[in-house]
Design a protein around this ligand. Sequence first.
Ligand SMILES: Cc1ncc(COP(=O)(O)O)c(C=O)c1O
Length: 393
Amino acid sequence: MPKYLEEFNPPIRLLLGPGPSNVNPRVLQAMSAPLLGHLDPDFLDIMDDVRDMLRIVFKTKNEITIPISGTGSAGMEAAIVNVIEPGDTMVVGINGYFGDRIAQIGERSGATVARVNAEWGLPLDPDKLNEELKKHKRVKAVAMVHAETSTGIRSPAKEITAIAHAHDALVIIDTVTSLGGIEVAMDDWDADVSYSGTQKCLGCPPGLSPVTFGPRAESVISNRKTPVQSWYLDTSLLKNYWSQNRAYHHTAPISMIYGLREGLRVVLEEGLDNRFSRHEYNAAALRKGIEAMGMEMFAQEDSRLPTLNTIRIPEGIDDAKVRRSLLTEHNIEIGGGLGPVAGKIWRIGLMGENSNKEAVVSVLSALEVVLNEQGAEMTPGTGASAAEAFYAS
Ligand SMILES: Cc1ncc(COP(=O)(O)O)c(C=O)c1O
């Protein structure tokens, strides 16, 4: 029998990389519910629930708050192509891999992009963004990554929003690694556009990208001179399906929407504040363990994310070998570095379901075993005991 006719039973892994993360069983169960048509009144009710819950999670009243069919990059693209027209100027804060992706999409959308770089491992500098904005007569949008997954850094979204508005520019905020894990407060920040992903702190599989567009962004979109270059991601068409018009646009990914509804229910049953505290608490335990093992965190201390933790790889340790052993011997996935920090850092995600004591203790114990196999000479149990002591205190 050819291999492709054999049943596929994926191994059960602890997914502590930069996402996807493990999913609550309730979400998987919801995804296996019988299909409904995308215009079935019962499905339309589910869509309304998803919109209502996304508004709570984004902390917004924005009318256009919907899941885009596609991963976080589709949301990124939707945010940019709806707002930007060829010839516009965009200022992008870049302190990691995903800021650069925003700039690339901006350029592909016909914008002149001014990149304001910060060192990887540091937050964006609002003053530098302000200086850049002063150099241009008219900037359409400032874009930034709230939680940079490539470095484990949080940047000041509210401050940067105020700077963008002082220059009459919209702000676009990537909340892929923050939504549901640390506070995102669209209306309090007065932010205009944001997009996220389902596979990180929302505890769902990859495949949908929640987005939200505020009134200023809506007004910019309705005053466009050119049609949005992407038909699929055009919010003025999408909102006809997601609003009471219920006009067919594309066939909604029904099972994914079921999953997101359940994932959001899980988030709101826990409560956003409890969820944020849980993420902070478990990341603090992980850091205790890492430091007890003699290793250092990479991201600047006052801006570290609890959702994505970056660790400097000790001298003489083979990055790829460590990650391979963790995966194949211990069934634990962690991430490596990207771009300039490839081979220099590890990325441990503690997101959504995976922000828990068992995950923290398991990854510390396994990491210690694997590092000792490479001659690191750590006293077995040091990291896990430090984390346990933190939990017991
Ligand atoms: C901050 C950030 N933005 C955007 C993306 C792109 O999301 P996706 O890989 O789901 O397309 C990611 C993915 O990890 C991310 O971490």
